[in-house]
Write a protein that binds this ligand. Structure first.
Ligand code: ZN
Length: 191
């Protein structure tokens, strides 16, 4: 396994629409070892998720995992999840205001509107069909990662640029109010 370099904002690969994989491509040993590298890179960078174009591979593969992440102590846990060719469908028109950052955008956070619930249809890393619902804060993580596969970065979705903050100014001025909102969301949806 290997830790891969992470593309930073401005790299054209982050702005492409990534392509679907066939099951045959997915099951090839080289692709399976790429999935291992994607997971290792996500963990090494302490991210909550990582999409293949962020490591210079414009294919529709993403990994998500939230454990005991000191960066996001308020985030509900998500077990390691690999999605291939994911399709997200909003389950309600309701949105919440999520404070997001990205491993491809160093030290910048901003408020992004996200659907509170999405249906996830995808393959797992072995090509088995997945179909389930995700609600609450975790739904925001899924939407952020899937956006990468369409060349969208969270900064594109920040409706109010005055919410942009560094980690330091987020902690100093915005985190407390955000954590209050998150608690309400987690209390409602358990995620
Ligand atoms: Zn990102």
């Amino acid at each position: 396994m290997a830790v891969l370099p992470i593309a930073q904002i401005g790299e054209p690969v982050l702005r492409e629409r990534s392509r679907e994989l066939t099951r045959e491509e997915l099951l090839a040993p080289t692709m399976q070892s790429f999935v291992d590298d994607l997971i290792e890179t996500m963990r090494h960078a302490k991210g909550a998720g990582l999409a293949a174009p962020q490591v210079f591979r414009p294919i529709r593969v993403q990994a998500i995992e939230v454990g005991d992440n000191p960066r996001y102590p308020y985030k509900p846990k998500i077990p390691l999840t690999v999605l291939v060719n994911p399709k997200l469908t909003p389950l309600s028109a309701e949105i919440f205001q999520n404070y997001e950052g990205c491993l491809s955008v160093p030290n910048l956070r901003g408020v992004v509107p996200r659907f509170v619930g999405v249906r996830v249809e995808a393959w797992d890393r072995h090509g088995e069909a997945l179909d389930y619902e995700v609600w609450g804060l975790s739904a925001g993580t899924y939407q952020h990662e899937t956006d990468h596969l369409d060349g969208t970065i969270f900064v594109d979705r920040v409706a109010d640029p005055s919410t942009f903050a560094t980690w330091e100014t987020f902690r100093a001025h915005h985190e407390a109010a955000f954590v209050e909102r998150v608690r309400a969301l987690v209390a409602r949806f358990g995620a």
